[in-house]
Design a protein around this ligand. Sequence first.
Ligand SMILES: Nc1ncnc2c1ncn2[C@@H]1O[C@H](COP(=O)(O)OP(=O)(O)OP(=O)(O)O)[C@@H](O)[C@H]1O
Length: 556
Amino acid sequence: MSRILVVDDEPADLNLVRHALEKQNYEVTTASCAKEALRLLRRGGVDVAVLDVMLPDGDGLDVLKKIREIDEHLPVVFVTSGGESSTAIRAMKLGALDYLLKPINVTELRGVVGRAVEIRKLTESPVEINVDSRSSDIHSIIGRCAAMQEVYKSIGIVAAQDVTVLIRGESGTGKELVARALYQYSERVQGPFLAVNCAAIPEALLESELFGHEKGAFTGADRKRIGKFEQCRGGTLFLDEIGDMSPVLQSKLLRVLQEKQFERVGGNETIQADVRVIAATHQNLEQMVSDGDFRADLYYRLNGFSIHLPPLRDRGSDLDLLVEHFRRHACRDLSKEVHMVSRDAMQVLREYRWPGNIRELQNAIRQGILKTSGPALLPDFLPSFVFSSSKRVAEDQLRKSDSSNEAECIDATAITSADEQRPVDEPINIVDGIANGPLDFDSPHLYDDVIGAVEQRLVREMLKRTGGDKVEAARRLGINPTLLRSHAALELLDLAALNHQDEEKPLIRPGMTLADIETEAIRRALQECGGCRKAAAKQLGISTRTMQRRVKELGI
Ligand SMILES: Nc1ncnc2c1ncn2[C@@H]1O[C@H](COP(=O)(O)OP(=O)(O)OP(=O)(O)O)[C@@H](O)[C@H]1O
């Protein structure tokens, strides 16, 4: 139950507010002066304060400043008689949530306090962070970083207002989740919430999907169809990937937003739209406007209130919370008992850049849990793209592979010391001494082991000849890194250095599945195209819609 502190030195007003709020099932605490109010606030547990602007021992501005020292985010609602409104307005500029005029209108009071309570919930306990709670919902928004606190505040401010909201952020940052939160905390919560992904529906069908069509409107329109704007009457329509909307549809959407009217495709009847639109995009709409790909007037209309979701790599220790959240849910869904993520695996997860953000993290944890047989998720169980991008783990692996190679019959380093003594230009038989014992023809890794060992020897030899110049060594070897089999050879050449020189980075690495390779290809194309799916799709020779679908399916 939310606790409201009401402070007023006039007993009649104090009682009026107290009764009005108690009827709403709030727990109400009262005080008649600033000193008493601050004492109660210091004790904690207050969710919202409703304060008279003029108290016998201080005015609203002073009290607000002191409140802020105690509780930075406490929603404060001022109550004022007409004469002190300027103080109340100044207090709002200092961060008070709202102010009410005396005589108090109870409905208004309840509305403002209700909103304040929601904001408090969203900002102070916005997420399920009790990792042991079995009841926690997979759809909870998890995160405590400052940027996410801003998101919660924005949700609190705008959710209950019937305005269009634009949610921006890279793919997989939780835009749909936020849209649902906006809906959930809105007045329209009794109405439907419908979502349309503008990039996933073929252009020709999208208009009819949104606005419906009359029978015979076009070939194949054998019956009248009700579109989402009509279905969603009284509710909230989430238009995802708004940047992919065609110019014709952009105009039609603008009209709905401005005039709240539209016609079905092929129809004359004007239909009233009682729908709140929440739009989302990962695209740079400003750039699209200046390129002429997105209508400026629609952009301004949508951008009236926007919420920006930070990429996962900027969320600091929220990653740990999210990992824990997804571990628990994956275990529950897959009936696995993986009690923890090992420290090394956490390190790998922290070092990865997460271009696919939270969706990618969720999938990585799920895949890891699937592969884990013991009680702890270890780095080896993480998808290869996460694992192999961690430098520290790569070094560990190199050490491991070096030490295990020493013990095994296939040995890339067997004649290294002899090589050191040999003049640089003396001919060498690179396979000599590679196998220092009988080969295990039953080994499933025999090919990789033998070829990998030869590679290592070859790379070492070339590095010697180029005086350690890795880029030159790769060039002279004519190496296509995608074909290298041995991790140690890759490390010797220091792919990071090669990439830095704009050399090709291996797209295909040993152990990758087809899905891994596709994921990697899409991720790179996106990176090269600055996150623009359209351009990346073009680069890969697939349609934007296929790109859209694969990004979701592969959890990029
Ligand atoms: N803060 C968060 N806490 C917990 N789960 C989250 C959070 N943000 C996103 N997720 C989860 O990550 C996945 C992707 O989120 P969502 O679909 O909302 O992202 P999106 O930004 O809309 O992606 P896209 O741009 O690709 O449509 C979902 O499974 C969602 O539940």
